[in-house]
Design a protein around this ligand. Structure first.
Ligand code: GLP
Length: 261
């Protein structure tokens, strides 16, 4: 894993967006794995800006989102489908038929999970997976004790995650208690991973994920096994990392990052 520290949320977000934009320019028919959450709103705004002002072309891109709430229809304003349309898809030239999320209202959830995995395979797998991290250490909705080889499945949400996300719903009771999520094993099959983490509320959990032991208690720690995972954090999220000096050196000196300095 590489960890890159940028001075503030804007710089961290711009770097993550630049990595995604470069992926799309290099391979216009890229399969992108996408994430939701407040952190990603700024990133999608930057991709929309690059589309509108710089002609970043999404016409051949295909996308698979990490997760969706069980029980919500795509039209529900609290669904991740609604979030994705509102934050990104409605503002770029992507073919909406090439954008995929699990169906939260599928009658047979197990079948829906198998369908989603099969569709990902049929599209050739994910080229670049974008990730955030939840306060429980989750990636997607892979809550503590998620098997590190897990596949797409329905997963009960922890009180920590419910507390983190219930503010988006009219009342806490309206928040679904389960999600469908790509598994940790599914996520690890992406050819490239970019994780974006900003803000002091994530400092403790990102330090555990990046520098702590690999454990199903923090599903993001499984990313330490991925051969090409880049974690972009801002200074506030980096506070608890012990190797900050080294991470700064990498960004300032490694050739790979020259174009982004
Ligand atoms: C949700 C999503 C995660 C995301 C997390 C972080 O729980 N399922 O994929 O990483 O939110 O959200 P935020 O950026 O709002 O902290």
């Amino acid at each position: 894993m590489e960890v890159i520290i940028r001075p503030d949320p804007t710089a961290a977000t711009q770097l993550a967006a630049a990595l995604i934009a470069d992926q799309v320019r290099t391979k216009p028919s890229s399969v992108l794995g996408l994430a939701t959450g407040a952190t990603m709103e700024r990133l999608y705004a930057e991709l929309v800006r690059q589309h509108k002002e710089e002609g970043l072309d999404f016409s051949l891109v295909r996308t698979f989102n990490l997760d969706e709430y069980v029980g919500l229809s795509p039209e529900d304003p609290h669904s991740y489908r609604h979030y994705m349309n509102a934050q990104l898809f409605n503002h770029i030239n992507i073919d909406i038929r090439n954008t995929h999320l699990p169906h939260g209202q599928a009658e047979d959830l197990k079948l829906e999970c198998r369908r989603y995995e099969a569709l990902m395979q049929a599209c050739g797998g994910v080229d670049l997976q974008l990730l955030g991290i939840g306060r429980s250490g989750h990636i997607g909705f892979n809550e503590p004790l998620s098997a590190l080889q897990s596949r797409t499945r329905d997963k009960a949400l922890t009180p920590t995650t419910i507390e983190q996300n219930e503010g988006y719903f009219p009342t806490p009771a309206d928040m679904p208690r389960c999600g469908i999520t790509m598994g940790v094993g599914t996520i690890l099959e992406a050819r490239d991973i970019v994780m974006l983490v900003t803000g002091s509320s994530k400092a403790a959990v990102i330090a555990k994920a990046v520098e702590g032991p690999i454990t199903s208690m923090i599903s993001a720690s499984a990313l330490q096994m991925h051969p090409h995972c880049r974690t972009i954090v801002d200074e506030a999220a980096a506070t608890d990392l012990t190797q900050q000096e080294y991470y700064h050196w990498i960004f300032e000196n490694e050739d790979e990052w020259r174009a982004y300095r």
